[in-house]
Design a protein around this ligand. Structure first.
Ligand code: NDP
Length: 334
């Protein structure tokens, strides 16, 4: 792709994607959303980043998820996104749901981390500048802060929505009990929580022990991150660690030690179940998280356009039979 290439979204972008209602809200999200945690930093190819955003949007993925510290370096995924947005996506702003977050380390000193009002508001203002946006659609507190009073963090989310910096508020990685408190707090301020963002995959099912039930009861949406367990739940590592994969990169949170022979053996067996369903391993992993009615969207990452195409094609497949779910459970538990 060269500088002169003009992007114009296909008119068929909404013809095959499934849109699911986000809790009891007015918003629907695509069943597959794209996150920019990896492969959109200053160290990565911006042509590839641009190609992935184009392909995603053409396939109906109209939700892009960011955070202040995605990169590397921190902030650079938002800058890359901002450049591509300015060039290609401005005409589509009202078709997009763009999210950002703060809660992990971002800048030095006591105000660049965790959950103070000082940090959240300043961080979102920086994110908006990097992305060249007037507002984000969703702003999340990225993780619970055990020291800052919940009321302060939640008050900051309410302020952020009231001042027009974000249209909706979200929380990420809050456990069930704290989620209940946060939702109550937000509701009492008149800013209902739109969505929760926890991790969920075949290899990590913690949300099944209470959180999904809370969200369903409270009418809050749920977008689950790392449904492919960062690539473990694909065919990528079935016979080793390929060059260029996330586990081979020094700047990633997927380490070589996580590719154990036990994980490889389980994924091989899951891969056989997927093949019998007519899906790839990655596709079955995505269909599996989406089988939960409380899950609104599977938030994937990608390093190339073909991975996005493969993920979206997972939606063509019907749901799971009880025999299939039992066979999967035997692999996971056995
Ligand atoms: P995934 O579990 O979907 O992992 C994505 C990675 O898996 C890709 O980058 C690629 O890695 C590999 N992969 C994807 N498809 C295939 C395929 N078909 N075949 C082989 N390999 C494949 O999600 P992420 O861990 O990337 O997280 C997704 C998003 O979730 C993030 O971008 C971010 O927006 C959000 N997130 C939120 C967090 C939070 O605390 N709220 C924390 C972490 C993520 P490779 O480079 O090897 O090709």
């Amino acid at each position: 792709m060269n500088d002169h290439d003009q992007y114009s979204a296909t008119e068929f972008r909404y013809s095959s994607m499934e849109y699911r209602r986000c809790g009891r809200s007015g918003i629907k999200l695509p069943a597959v959303s794209l996150g920019l945690w990896h492969n959109f930093g200053a160290v990565d190819s911006s042509d590839n980043a641009r190609a992935m955003l184009h392909r995603a949007f053409d396939l109906g993925i109209n939700h892009f998820d960011l955070a202040n510290n995605y990169g590397p370096p921190y902030g650079s995924a938002e800058s890359t996104f901002g450049e591509i947005y300015a060039r290609d996506f401005v005409p589509y702003r009202d078709e997009l749901i763009i999210s950002s977050k703060a809660g992990w380390d971002m800048w030095p000193g006591p105000y660049g981390n965790w959950g103070s009002r000082k940090y959240l508001v300043a961080s979102l203002d920086q994110s908006l500048r990097r992305m060249g946006l007037d507002y984000v659609d969703i702003f999340y507190h990225h993780r619970p802060d055990p020291e800052t009073p919940l009321e302060e963090t939640i008050g900051a989310l309410d302020f952020i929505v009231r001042t027009g910096r974000a249209l909706y508020a979200g929380i990420s990685m809050y456990p069930p009990d704290l989620t209940v408190r946060a939702l109550k707090n937000l509701r009492s301020m008149g800013t209902p929580c739109l969505i929760h963002q926890p991790n969920y995959s075949l290899l990590d099912r913690w949300v099944e022990a209470g959180l999904l039930q809370v969200l369903a009861e409270e009418g809050v949406g749920c977008i689950v991150f790392s449904p492919l367990a960062q690539g473990l739940l694909t065919d990528r590592y079935l016979s080793g660690i390929p060059e260029g994969s996330r586990a081979a990169r020094d700047d990633s949170y997927l380490s070589r030690d996580q590719i154990t022979s036990d994980v490889q053996a389980r994924v091989k067996r899951l891969n056989e179940i997927a093949a019998a369903r007519g899906q790839t391993m990655a596709q079955m992993a995505i269909s599996w998280v989406l089988r939960q009615p409380a899950v609104t969207s599977a938030l994937i990452g990608a390093s190339r356009t073909s991975q996005i195409e493969e993920a979206v094609a997972a939606l063509e497949h019907p749901g799971f039979g009880t025999d299939e779910l039992a066979a999967i459970d035997r692999v996971l538990i056995g």
